[in-house]
Design a protein around this ligand. Structure first.
Ligand code: SF4
Ligand code: SF4
Length: 115
């Protein structure tokens, strides 16, 4: 499943440059304006960061853990989104499709993937 950003977000911006899939946007309106879908409840007030499940691979194929959660200074701010479950295989294929120019490592998988 993708991750989501909760209303605890302080809009510090630390997560955005760390995402290997460009799945993070400064506001819901920014993401939607670029044609991406944002799950219910994220980005309320259009003033905090959001993750689009269209591009989030939970960092599978790139890193051993979600980078947004790793760098976020707020506890329980970047969490798994139960609305969008995806298996490791699906996430790896998504990572390849999104990043045809990058090497995708099938060994880079975190423990939170719901297979
Ligand atoms: S889990 Fe990884 S791919 Fe998903 S939004 Fe966070 S940094 Fe980006
Ligand atoms: S690192 Fe955390 S607090 Fe900062 S913008 Fe990203 S989700 Fe919000």
């Amino acid at each position: 499943m993708a991750l989501l950003i909760t209303s605890e977000c302080i809009s510090c911006g630390a997560c955005l440059p760390e995402c290997p899939n460009e799945a993070i946007f400064e506001t819901r309106g920014d993401a939607e304006g670029k044609g991406y879908h944002v799950g219910e409840g994220q980005g309320e007030g259009d003033s905090i960061y959001v993750i689009t499940h269209d591009r989030c691979t939970e960092c599978v194929g790139h890193f051993d853990e979600p980078q947004c959660a790793a760098v976020c200074p707020v506890d329980n701010c970047c969490i798994a989104d139960p609305a969008y479950p995806e298996t490791t295989d699906v996430l790896l294929e998504k990572a390849k499709t999104l990043n045809p120019e990058k090497a995708i490592d099938p060994a880079k998988v975190w423990s939170g993937v719901r297979n």
